[in-house]
Design a protein around this ligand. Structure first.
Ligand SMILES: Cc1cc2nc3c(=O)[nH]c(=O)nc-3n(C[C@H](O)[C@H](O)[C@H](O)COP(=O)(O)OP(=O)(O)OC[C@H]3O[C@@H](n4cnc5c(N)ncnc54)[C@H](O)[C@@H]3O)c2cc1C
Ligand code: SF4
Length: 301
């Protein structure tokens, strides 16, 4: 990496994180007063230039011990009681904390150390160069990597449905992606980042954590964000040089990883759709994917 960047990676201009307990409490207060209300309706949304939206950005303080999960859940309940936040937002927030966070901790305890080497699809390639530079014709990739470079943060849908999705669809070694998450995110503690990347994000553990691979075409990103309106690629085009790469890479992935889809009842319908595609369309999907993957610049750590 140091060969690519003359000093270190990432930016510190505008550093605005708390560094002690009182600053962390202020950050929490700011979230509960101003953003919790809209957390429920917008927790899966992404918007250009808006890295935080209605998220708490408190994971770093939870992981480094400046804040505790119980006090944050209690405060969320207080906001419900005061009428300052609706039930769907409070429920959504507490579900993330005691559903996902606690589940992830237990998974880590149960699955380590063997899961460190998980790579169910056997992908061996290095990360696309855009993960390191944020330079990409793909608006969604540019935005989501820029968030990490500039702030050491992005929210869960950017992590899952853009960055992990792109890594998997480009057949990248998930352990290389895990290293990148460690470099990039301020909240990357091994017990939480590893299950999220190797379990949820890339399905590298073969489906122990998640019941399906979280891969998607451009349609999903278009539904959840305003990125596609300002992208060099067209989200409505399925194949060819101007088509959104997520569109053909998605079907290419389903085609090449049929076993994983076969075993998951939740997504076996995708296989049925794949098998109904005419041969001509499949040939175009495979051709666009091969061209894209062959020309993709990657960067070896
Ligand atoms: C690929 C991938 C990598 C991730 N890496 C990390 C990581 O390194 N460190 C980390 O703390 N979280 C990680 N997460 C989980 C989640 O994305 C972050 O906790 C969340 O985005 C942090 O931002 P926030 O505090 O604004 O969260 P909010 O959206 O405000 O959510 C509230 C809290 O719920 C907890 N939470 C929600 N989802 C999860 C989850 N899947 N696992 C654990 N806690 C969760 C966090 O503590 C978070 O602060 C990852 C998720 C994915 C899909
Ligand atoms: S068109 Fe495709 S590549 Fe461009 S922003 Fe949308 S999903 Fe991303």
């Amino acid at each position: 990496m140091l060969r690519l960047f003359d000093s270190s990676w990432g930016k510190t201009d505008g550093f605005a994180y708390a560094v002690d307990r009182s600053g962390a409490l202020q950050a929490a207060d700011d979230f509960f007063r101003h953003r919790l209300r809209e957390f429920g309706p917008f927790e899966d949304a992404m918007a250009a230039g808006e890295y935080t939206l209605y998220h708490s950005t408190l994971s770093i303080y939870l992981n480094n011990g400046l804040l505790g999960p119980q006090e944050l859940c209690d405060r969320a309940m207080e906001e419900l009681g005061n009428g300052n936040a609706p039930l769907n937002s409070v429920e959504g927030y507490i579900r993330q904390m005691i559903g996902w966070r606690e589940y992830i901790r237990n998974y880590y305890e149960a699955m380590m150390p063997a899961v460190r080497h998980a790579n169910t699809f056997g992908f061996k390639k290095a990360l696309p160069r855009s993960f390191w530079t944020a330079e990409s014709e793909m608006k969604c990739v540019r935005e989501c990597v820029s968030a990490v470079l500039e702030t050491g943060y992005s929210h869960h849908i950017a992590r899952l449905m853009v960055l992990c999705n792109y890594s998997n669809l480009t057949e990248t070694d998930p352990r290389e992606l895990l290293k990148w998450f460690h470099f990039g995110y301020l909240d990357a503690w091994q017990w939480v980042v590893l299950p999220n990347v190797l379990g949820m994000g890339t399905f590298a553990d073969g489906g122990v954590l998640a019941s399906k691979p979280y891969v998607a075409s451009g349609n999903y990103i278009n539904k959840m964000s305003n990125y596609c309106a300002d992208c060099a690629y067209s989200v409505s085009k399925k194949t060819g040089p101007k088509a959104c790469p997520f569109n053909y890479l998605y079907w290419n992935f389903v085609d090449r990883q049929q076993d994983a889809f076969e075993e998951s009842g939740r997504v076996s319908f995708m296989l049925n759709l794949l098998r109904k595609k005419p041969d001509e369309e499949m040939a175009e999907i495979r051709d666009s994917s091969r061209r894209y993957l062959d020309s993709l610049e990657r960067y070896e750590l």
